[in-house]
Write a protein that binds this ligand. Structure first.
Ligand SMILES: Nc1ncnc2c1ncn2[C@@H]1O[C@H](COP(=O)(O)OP(=O)(O)O)[C@@H](O)[C@H]1O
Ligand SMILES: [Mg+2]
Length: 276
């Protein structure tokens, strides 16, 4: 793997950095448990980057650290050149547009579908007043997921898991995200539904030029829609490559079987950063 620094500040032809999110040496601790160790990664503007890894690898801890909701973390988190690592969660969402779709969806179950969406809109309005440009309205999310219009007056607790996921994604889009963090959208859903939700996500994110960091245990589907991917093993990035390359790497399967990738390769702790 090339020098991790080589991927830093990738410039496009007009001289503007393509990197939206730049994470350097991120660590997350829960007391004595070191869940994430010295992770560095980049997410380019207007694309989907995947973070894959087995259960317990530390994927959610990274997303929660980016959103500012872990008790202890260290390292630098820059979004569009601004260091947000010391900011409270609320400021990260409203001022900087770091929006998390958490594991387990995080919809407000006692509120109606429409009220959940209106909360997203409320935050989106605040963000647009501050200059955010991504716009999304209720009509658009209803067109994406017509079932949400039909279920508008129902409390979110009466939705199926798939419908709740659609609601969580829609609410986050209404918040006008500058960086969307999506944690395991496939969790607990039937394969057919997963496929549908991923198709919609992939289309809508591309159409609206949303910048996404997608966490998934289901590598197959995640690597289909992401252009670049990181493999996380026991809190450390062990591989970083274009999705098409990572998909073919035998170390991916081995990581999922729980066999140390260090058996095959000495670079598991190299903290590799993507080379774009
Ligand atoms: N709130 C917490 N308190 C203590 N340990 C935690 C907590 N959350 C996660 N962990 C531990 O941190 C490690 C990474 O967890 P997590 O980030 O949830 O992984 P993943 O999302 O990849 O499944 C695991 O060993 C898990 O048990
Ligand atoms: Mg998780």
């Amino acid at each position: 793997m090339d020098d991790p620094k080589s991927a830093r500040g990738v410039m496009d032809f007009v001289g503007v950095s393509r990197t939206a999110l730049e994470v350097t040496s991120l660590s997350v601790n829960y007391g004595a448990i070191r869940a994430v160790q010295d992770v560095s990664l980049d997410v380019p503007r207007q694309g989907i980057t995947a973070l894959v890894g087995a259960n317990g690898a530390g994927k959610s801890s990274i997303l929660r650290a980016l959103a500012g909701i872990v008790p202890e973390c260290h390292g630098s988190i820059k979004l569009n050149g601004v260091d947000v690592s010391k900011l409270p969660a609320r400021k990260r969402v409203i001022d900087h547009g770091i929006v998390l779709v958490p594991e387990g969806r995080g919809v407000f179950t006692t509120m109606t579908v429409r009220e959940n969406l209106e909360l997203g809109l409320l935050i989106g309005d605040r963000r647009r007043a501050l200059g955010a440009t991504t716009t999304f309205d209720l009509e658009e999310v209803y067109n994406l997921f017509p079932i949400l219009r039909e279920r508008g007056d129902k409390r979110a607790q009466y939705l199926s898991g798939g419908e709740q996921q659609m609601l969580a994604i829609s609410r986050s889009l209404l918040m006008s995200p500058a960086l969307l963090l999506v944690d395991e959208p496939s969790m607990g859903l039937a394969p057919q539904l997963v496929r549908r939700i991923f198709d919609v996500m992939s289309n809508v994110f591309a159409q609206h030029k949303v910048t996404v960091l997608l966490v998934e245990q289901d590598t197959k589907i995640a690597l289909e829609i992401a252009s670049f991917a990181y493999l996380l093993e026991r809190g450390v990035i062990s591989l970083a490559a274009p999705s098409a390359v990572l998909r073919e790497d035998p170390r991916l399967k081995i990581a999922y079987l729980g066999v140390a990738s260090t058996i095959l390769s000495g670079d598991a702790s190299d903290n590799n950063r993507g080379n774009r």
